[in-house]
Design a protein around this ligand. Structure first.
Ligand code: PLP
Length: 393
């Protein structure tokens, strides 16, 4: 059971994984130590042999109080039995794939995924004999036919980047289960405030904590949340690849998580208003936001998400250069990759996240030159709308 499982989400953001230290510090202290000492060999062996599961030993193993506290908080927020913290989102994903797939195994990846994930699945894992089939979101009816005898994992993000396509977690997890495969959901875009994939049948949740969970564009980290049984092999890969989150980062992330709920709810509200504003502009051909009633994913999103998120994209009625000019005129939105921070960001996917993708493939995935992606921050929404109005004008 997740710690504080019967308490509300905001309460768990603040209290889960926290305990007073010997000095009475009000929240999780930073233990930067790489190693921990024992009074005697018996006590060391209690930790090494698992009789003292809360014992500290060596930070790369995760046996460090700051990391453990952070992991308890994150497990609680995603409703999972346990959590492992990593040095980045990519490290979390890589360890998950390596721990649950061997040479000859097969993965199904659905919809658009982050470019680094695509490279890992498409370039790196095949060198280890692990193959991935990529299925687009609108090809879901064909999903059952994509399973092979050795399909181990089904992986997807929802909402997706940059089209904000909404994939039905319950539906996909049910199909995966009948084929004996695990469902892994990257919950980075939604955050656990808006979406709880484990509740809907997913087996494993991964995060780039660099985004909403960190929330201030000042840390890089990753998480995997799942049952103790599914985490056990991932723990071994993390230990042996040395992909541990640094204690300073765990401390900073725990600090950020205490405000996660209020941050994300405010970002949800502003993104909805901005999406509705953009929809009214004649120079905007399409707005992708799950909170818009006429958006394709709205029905599934309304059922599966408790908020529609701070990410949206729109298609400007212009070529690549005219769209870049709109982006360049923005003053409050910074031109930057990444997302989920307190400051609003803008990116033209063809110049960043989808730069390396062939134009034919972008076209197949519905990513035109005029597409602009926004990560809505915590500035006053009136100021953000005024900035967009002058840039589009
Ligand atoms: N998943 C998603 C949805 C992302 O957007 C990113 C990074 O942009 C990652 C995973 C990888 O995370 P990190 O940069 O923390 O390794």
């Amino acid at each position: 059971m997740a710690e504080n499982g019967n308490k509300g989400f905001s309460t768990r953001c603040i209290h889960a994984g926290e305990s007073l230290d010997v000095q009475g510090g009000i929240h999780l202290p930073l233990y930067n130590h790489s190693t921990f000492a024992f009074e005697n060999t018996g006590k060391l062996l209690d930790v090494v042999e698992g009789r003292n599961p809360d014992g500290n030993l060596y930070t790369r193993y995760g046996l460090n109080p700051t990391i453990r506290g952070l992991e308890k908080k994150c497990a609680s927020l995603e409703g999972g039995e346990g959590c492992l913290a990593f040095s980045s989102g990519m490290a979390a994903e890589a360890a998950t794939f390596l721990a649950h797939c061997n040479a000859g195994d097969h993965i199904i990846c659905i919809g658009d995924v982050y470019g680094g994930t695509y490279d890992l699945l498409n370039e790196n894992l095949p060198t280890l004999g692990i193959e991935t089939t990529f299925v687009l979101g609108h090809e879901l009816d064909d999903l059952p036919r994509q399973f092979r005898e050795k399909t181990r994992l089904v992986f997807f993000e929802t909402p997706t980047n940059p089209n904000l396509e909404v994939l039905d977690i319950r539906r996909i997890a049910a199909v995966a289960k009948t084929h004996g495969a695990l469902t892994v959901v990257d919950n980075t875009f939604a955050s656990p405030v808006n979406q709880q994939p484990l509740e809907r049948g997913a087996d494993i949740v991964v995060h780039s904590a660099t985004k909403y969970l960190g929330g201030h564009s000042d840390l890089t980290g990753g998480l995997v949340i799942a049952s103790a049984e599914l985490l056990a092999p991932i723990w071994v890969w993390r230990k042996n690849l040395g992909q541990m989150m640094a204690p300073e980062v765990a401390f900073l992330l725990a600090r950020s998580l205490r405000t996660l709920s209020v941050r994300v709810k405010a970002q949800n509200r502003s993104a909805q208003q901005i999406a509705e504003f953009l929809q009214q502009q004649s120079c905007v051909l399409r707005v992708n936001y799950p909170g818009l009633k006429d958006f394709a994913g709205h029905v599934v999103a309304s059922e599966q998400m408790s908020g529609f998120g701070g990410m949206l994209s729109f298609v400007f009625d212009g070529d690549a250069a005219a769209t870049a000019a709109v982006v360049d005129r923005l003053r409050l939105f910074s031109i930057a990759a990444s997302l989920g921070g307190v400051e609003s960001l803008v990116t033209q996917p063809i110049t960043t996240t989808h730069y390396a993708m062939l134009p034919e493939e972008r076209e197949r995935r519905g990513i035109p030159d005029g597409m602009v992606r926004l990560s809505v921050g915590l500035e006053d929404v009136e100021d953000l709308i005024a900035d967009l109005r002058q840039a589009l004008g």
